[in-house]
Design a protein around this ligand. Structure first.
Ligand code: TTP
Ligand code: MG
Length: 406
């Protein structure tokens, strides 16, 4: 029996959450991403804003030039995470075979659910209704025999869409579409294919596999299968997070070591707080730097013992930072810190290591205070410097883009 896979994606997610909170924003060109004069990019644009050519990833300055009447919103990640959790909870009511992707999309395996809902189409209608009634948000749904076709179908049906591709019709559904609609074809691959005279998915589907492999290596085979509507990937429940990181872009490129360290301290505390909330410890700490010319580097350090302490994350970050700055003289545009190689924090502390134990107790006490009174209610000397630079909110300092101020 052919599988029935659903792909569900919320329309203009960040913007729609803002519109639910403030209905005056409805039916207007709205952009979430930051102030129009800021250096960030559009994270989400309402469909009214898209009519002016605005899209995710566009610099905010360009967006405000193309659509000066647009309403620009800084956004708040905590709000979106909350809406996302409620969205996933609704989906989980419909099927345990659920694979969330990012915040606002998921695959759901609905094979065999016809008997409960009458048809898979009816099931999708019910899902859309619940999302609308309970969250006030619109979802678009694609239904097909595999993930890739379901995803293309939901995308094509937007906004507020629902499209089902019958089993056996996958190829004919995809054939007339431009290759850019196929997941896995980015700008570079798209240009290369166009250069080879391939413009539609249908043209790609009949390209000899050998030729595709010679141009794109192993991914040539994936392209061939996808273009023919073949995709055996299962709907998989989420794997545990592999890393946790936070980063921010400065409003002005900087060489100021105290500002860099203060920012690193703040980001380390955010990473540490999430690590502890997840009940994990990390073996590896990494630093990310982007210089003024956009060169981006990542440096990592493996700890001899796993840790979930802000201080360890920060100290390691500072060492990596000093080393990097000693070889590169350019000002820094972006700094980020993260942890990886995570393990469950079940292991008891080494009772002999008192200073470490005290540090970990302190982190937990700070977490509790912050949970109650807001992130900036308690601050280490080093992050106080940031008070003059970034606006404060209960969730912490508001950094350049909402997705980064988690
Ligand atoms: P998308 O689903 O790609 O976009 P969208 O929901 O805004 O619009 P669509 O109707 O086309 O689905 O991404 C979901 C959210 O993820 C989006 O609202 C904001 C965030 N996001 C970013 O922060 N940066 C990005 O570059 C993109 C693409 C999305
Ligand atoms: Mg979306």
């Amino acid at each position: 029996m052919a599988r029935r896979i659903m792909h569900i994606d919320l329309d203009a997610f960040f913007v729609s959450v803002e519109q639910v909170e403030n209905p005056e924003l409805k039916a207007k060109p709205v952009v979430v991403g930051g102030r129009p004069e800021g250096r960030g990019v559009v994270a989400s644009a309402s469909y009214e804003a898209r009519a002016f050519g605005l899209h995710a990833g566009m610099p905010l300055t360009t967006a405000s030039r193309l659509c000066p009447q647009a309403i620009f919103i800084q956004g708040s990640f905590a709000k979106y995470r909350d809406a996302s959790q409620r969205f996933m909870t609704i989906l989980a009511d419909f099927s345990p075979y659920l694979e969330p992707l990012g915040l606002d999309e998921a695959y759901l395996d609905a094979t065999g659910f016809e008997s409960i809902y009458g048809s898979i189409h009816q099931m999708a209608v019910k899902i859309k209704q619940r999302i609308k009634n309970e969250l006030g948000l619109c979802a678009s749904v694609g239904i097909a025999s595999c993930k890739v076709v379901a995803k293309v179908a939901s995308e094509l049906s937007k906004p507020d869409g629902l499209q089902e591709v019958a089993a056996g019709k996958e190829r004919s559904f995809l054939a007339p579409l431009p290759i850019a609609k196929l997941p896995g074809i980015g700008k570079k691959t798209g240009r290369k294919l166009n250069g080879l005279g391939i413009n539609t998915i249908g043209e790609l589907s009949i390209m000899p596999l050998r030729t595709l492999k010679s141009h794109f290596g192993a991914s040539g085979e994936v392209l061939h299968h996808f273009a023919n509507g073949i995709d055996d990937r299962e709907v998989e429940p989420p794997a545990a997070a592999k890393s946790i990181s936070r980063e921010t872009t400065f409003s002005k490129d900087t060489r100021d070591r105290s500002l860099l360290k203060a920012t690193l301290r703040y980001l380390s505390e955010r990473v540490g707080a999430e690590l502890r909330q997840e009940g994990k410890r990390a073996r590896c700490i990494f630093l990310k730097l982007r210089y003024a010319d956009f060169t981006t580097i990542s440096r990592r350090h493996t700890l001899s013992q796993t840790s979930d302490s802000d201080q360890t994350i920060f100290d390691t970050g500072v060492k990596l930072l000093s080393r990097a700055l000693s070889v590169e003289k350019q000002p820094v545009r972006l700094v980020g810190i993260g942890v990886s190689n995570l393990v469950e924090s079940g292991r008891q502390l080494d009772m002999l290591d008192w200073s470490r134990q005290r540090q970990e107790q302190l982190d937990r006490a700070i977490d509790r205070i912050r949970k109650k009174y807001g992130f900036t209610a308690i601050q280490t000397g080093r992050t106080l410097l940031l008070k003059d630079i970034f606006p404060e909110s209960d969730e912490g300092y508001t950094l350049q883009t909402p997705s980064l101020s988690r």
